[in-house]
Design a protein around this ligand. Structure first.
Ligand SMILES: [Zn+2]
Length: 252
């Protein structure tokens, strides 16, 4: 491990890593590895070149080092808050979540989630180190996922049960799983993706039944029971449903 002096007088350790893809020398900072100097494969950086590069980037470096120092203090909550895996029980999908390190040359303007391949997500951004930005981006991904899956599911159920609705929207409500207006507009909570499949199916059926009967009277429950005989049991089980939602989906 070599060291280099920063503009603020601190001495910062770094290591050199060769890369086949790198065309020129660049810096990478991460909370786990510290400073890494990436150089084109087969080249050895001249110490003067390296120091010049570090001088031009010194503000960026000190800003990140400061952030990493702060992160160490919140490391525990950080681990709890961000998932390594996401399980969308309702549609039986598992996703691995990878986190990219902040990178001076490649960082996009905002934190984003990319689908690498089916089952693998990558969270990257200028502040991959900030848990709340990552959670926010993952939440937007989950909501888009719900938008891609739940309306089609509702459509299919409506055809099976011979019911109809005028419109469906995906929301991120705090306290409701779904709702239905007197005009047949159905809202569904994107967090339904995290519930066991029968529970989510029950919520969709419940809202579809509201297109026929708005209130929660005996006729309504009879209609629900006709389409979902386990409705009563599922409703009881669903009292603990909020516990199925991961922390990163519920924090602001
Ligand atoms: Zn209802």
């Amino acid at each position: 491990m070599q060291r280099v002096e920063l503009a603020d007088g601190r001495s910062c350790p770094y290591r050199i890593q060769e890369s086949d893809r790198a065309r020129r020398i660049r810096l990478k900072l991460s909370a786990t590895e510290g400073m890494v100097v990436i150089v084109p494969a087969g080249t050895v950086p001249h110490r003067d070149d390296l120091e010049r590069l570090i001088r031009t980037k010194s503000r960026w470096i000190t800003r990140h080092l400061h952030r990493f120092a702060q992160q160490e203090r919140v490391a525990q909550t950080w681990d709890l808050a961000l998932p390594g895996h996401i399980h969308l029980s309702a549609i039986n999908e598992r996703w691995e979540v990878r986190y990219a390190d902040p990178d001076a040359n490649q960082a996009p303007m905002s934190t984003r989630v990319r689908v690498m391949t089916q089952g693998v997500l990558r969270v990257c951004g200028p502040e991959s180190g900030r848990a709340e930005d990552c959670a926010h981006a993952l939440r937007a991904w989950a909501r888009a996922k719900a938008g891609a899956v739940l309306p089609a599911w509702l459509d299919e159920l409506a055809q099976d049960l011979r019911m109809s609705f005028s419109r469906v929207s995906i929301r991120d409500q705090r306290t409701r799983w779904g709702s239905c207006s007197r005009h047949g507009r159905i809202n569904l909570n994107c967090k339904l993706l995290f519930l066991p499949r029968p529970w989510t199916r029950y919520v969709l059926i419940h809202e579809l039944c509201h297109t026929k009967i708005m209130n929660h009277g005996p006729d309504f429950w009879a209609l629900v029971a006709m389409h979902e005989p386990q409705a009563r049991r599922i409703r009881t089980e669903m009292r603990s449903a909020w516990m199925k939602i991961p922390a990163w989906m519920t924090t602001a």
